[in-house]
Design a protein around this ligand. Structure first.
Ligand SMILES: C[S@@+](CC[C@H](N)C(=O)[O-])C[C@H]1O[C@@H](n2cnc3c(N)ncnc32)[C@H](O)[C@@H]1O
Length: 204
């Protein structure tokens, strides 16, 4: 199992994001939410923990619901998952497509993952991904419309689907129909953050 990231590829991903996807100076409003990228170093720690503990597995379908610049989708693919994203901001969809195809061209990814433009709460958004929402084994979200998304997972996803909520709150929300199974504190120092972030993990 790929629990350790290939350091060279991770550095290449980080450099590529820094050079090509400037971090917004503050959170930016989008059609349905707010854009703020996850610090890659924290996301990497979360993936390593989840893989090590067997909470997620290589080859699983991973959906970043609200995929922003596509970095989490790229990271999921680097860890051997089948990453896809949905994003409601057309500029971010374009940015992420450029990022992901650039990573593929440079051999950092071995394919270009798909990003769908639209609302992740609507089933027809998933048509262009050729991956119905129900087929996602792992659903990630950086607290954007997460209450409705958790309801959708509880209602529609298969038993065993994991819901990963990236959060600023230490206390995990309770979602009907989902079992809260783990919390990860993400405190790796990174220039973007002066406080801890958390990943709350649920299973249907
Ligand atoms: C906090 S950003 C996180 C971006 C990326 N997942 C990451 O972790 O770096 C949340 C993103 O979700 C998008 N979003 C919020 N609600 C959405 C919805 N209903 N459908 C599609 N995208 C949505 C926002 O436009 C924003 O880009």
């Amino acid at each position: 199992m790929t629990t350790m990231m290939d350091e060279r590829k991770f550095q290449a991903l980080q450099d590529y994001c820094t050079r090509n996807v400037p971090r917004p100076p503050y959170a930016q409003k989008t059609k349905f939410g707010t854009y703020l990228p996850t610090p890659l170093v924290r996301a990497r720690t979360a993936f390593e923990y989840l893989l090590r503990e067997g909470i997620i597995r290589e080859g699983e379908n991973f959906l970043d619901a609200g995929s922003g610049d596509g970095r989490i989708v790229a990271l999921a693919c680097l860890f051997g998952l089948n990453g896809v994203g949905v994003e409601c901001n057309p500029h971010l969809v374009e940015t992420s497509e450029t990022l992901l195809s650039g990573l593929n061209t440079r051999g950092i990814l071995n394919r270009t993952p798909r990003i769908a433009y639209g609302d992740f709460l609507q089933d027809n958004t998933y048509q262009s991904l050729s991956l119905p929402f129900e087929e996602a084994n792992v659903v990630f979200n950086y607290f954007n419309n997460h209450l409705d998304l958790a309801r959708k997972v509880a209602r529609q996803s298969r038993a065993g689907t994991r819901f990963l909520l990236y959060d600023w709150e230490k206390e995990a929300c309770v979602f009907n129909g989902l079992e809260h199974i783990a919390d990860i504190t993400l405190d790796e120092s990174c220039e973007e953050r002066y406080r801890d972030d958390y990943l709350h993990v649920y299973i249907k």
